[in-house]
Design a protein. Structure first.
Ligand code: SF4
Length: 392
């Protein structure tokens, strides 16, 4: 593990200059952040201020500042009108999130970013190298902490502090993008970091819209995955709305009592409820529905899981993602271990009978604190350990 960068050790550090036409913007958190906007949003923003701006003009502004990542409008081939420029400068900001720390796993190339928000809160994003050289997916957080309390998850132990706004989600991708080398690209985003994305539904869907917008992140909507641990009403809403993003339903177990012991949310919505929402997703999209299992040795790797999955969803075309648990705690401390090779082989053999595609997902950054919440937990603990008397 290599700690690459400590950009700030101080929540009050001044963000870098990112001014419109050289002026400083971004230090005033009361201004509307452009990272959460698409063309019509910016037109409406100006309209509320009594400033006329066409959608084409708004899209040129966003294309320049979001898609291309320029710090200002200077040098545009078709300059934006003076009144719009002034209103932009006075009422909006597009400061990047502050990178507090970057930790790189030298074995697999995963890079974990710890990002500091305006209020000092810390969130994590992970830059994941893809097979194609120079291409990356970014795993983003949707909340500070998480309310779901899944027993194998470090973020679950933090509890929920607050939801992220859409600009703070988009800002994670742009922060990672700012570290790319020439020729490198971000081609995908997964909402699988800290937080339950569908618990923060509007901001997550809004962020995905900005990320997939030609004037925003320019990421193919089909390369954006949103995970959920099974929030049934939001899954039905998502199905009805017909989004192109991929919803990944984390089942983790299809044995009711076991699922309840792993996921407190399973006490609110039964497996049958979740299965009903999965059926709705399939009916609305016509596509396979991706379901995920975080594999834990001796817990959910038995044939009983496969039989229960067959009974529950045998009639629905699925894609089954398997990922190993990444738990830093020892078994004595209640930690979970990944399956042994024998356990895994037995599970894969049993799954073959379902005749559904099975994908082994790599749990990256095993040599760092790459599981969601680990780096933030460590940093929060470190900062809390600095007692007031210790500060010079
Ligand atoms: S696994 Fe996801 S939903 Fe569960 S506690 Fe962790 S962040 Fe929240």
């Amino acid at each position: 593990m290599t700690a690459l960068t400590i950009v700030d050790d101080d929540a009050s550090a001044t963000p870098p200059s990112t001014g419109v036409e050289g002026a400083r913007v971004g230090t005033d958190a009361s201004k509307t952040h452009l990272f959460g906007m698409r063309g019509p949003d910016l037109v409406a923003h100006f309209g509320a201020l009594g400033v006329e701006c066409s959608e084409a003009e708004a899209r040129r502004i966003l294309g320049r500042l979001l898609s291309e990542g320029h710090e200002s409008l200077e040098g545009m081939k078709r300059p934006v009108r003076k009144g719009v420029r002034e209103a932009l400068q006075q009422s909006t900001r597009h400061a990047p999130l502050t990178i507090a720390e970057v930790v790189r796993d030298d074995v697999d190339g995963f890079e974990k970013f710890l990002l500091r928000l305006d209020d000092g809160a810390l969130v994590e994003a992970v830059k994941i190298p893809l097979e194609k050289p120079g291409h990356f997916t970014v795993c983003v957080s949707s909340q500070v902490g998480c309310a779901m309390g899944c027993v194998f998850c470090a973020t679950g132990r933090l509890g929920l502090s607050r939801h992220l706004q859409r600009f703070e989600i988009v800002g994670q991708v742009f922060a990672v993008r700012s570290t790319l080398q020439p020729g490198e690209r971000i081609t995908g985003v997964v909402f699988m970091g800290q937080g339950e994305p569908l618990h923060n539904y509007d901001e997550v869907i809004g962020a995905a819209a900005v990320l997939s917008d030609p004037c925003g992140g320019r990421i193919d909507a089909r390369n954006i995955s949103i995970s959920t641990v099974g929030l049934v009403p939001q899954m039905h809403r998502y199905a009805m709305e017909g989004h192109k993003y991929r919803l990944v339903v984390s089942l983790h177990s299809t044995v009711a009592e076991r699922r309840k012991s792993l996921l407190p949310i399973a006490r609110q919505w039964s497996l049958e409820d979740v299965a009903g929402a999965i059926r709705a997703l399939h009916q609305h999209s016509g596509d396979r529905v991706t379901v995920a299992f975080c594999l834990m040795s001796g817990v959910n790797t038995g044939v009983d899981e496969v039989e229960a999955l067959q009974r529950l969803l045998g009639d629905v075309p699925l894609r089954i993602n398997l990922i190993d648990v990444n738990d830093s705690r020892s078994v004595d401390d209640g930690g979970f271990r990944p399956p042994s090779p024998d356990e895994l082989r037995g599970l894969l053999d049993a799954l073959q009978a379902l005749k559904q595609p099975v994908v082994r997902r790599y749990s990256g950054g095993k040599n760092t604190e790459a599981a969601c919440g680990m780096l933030a937990s460590r940093r929060i603990a470190e900062e809390a350990a600095v007692a007031p008397d210790d500060v010079a």
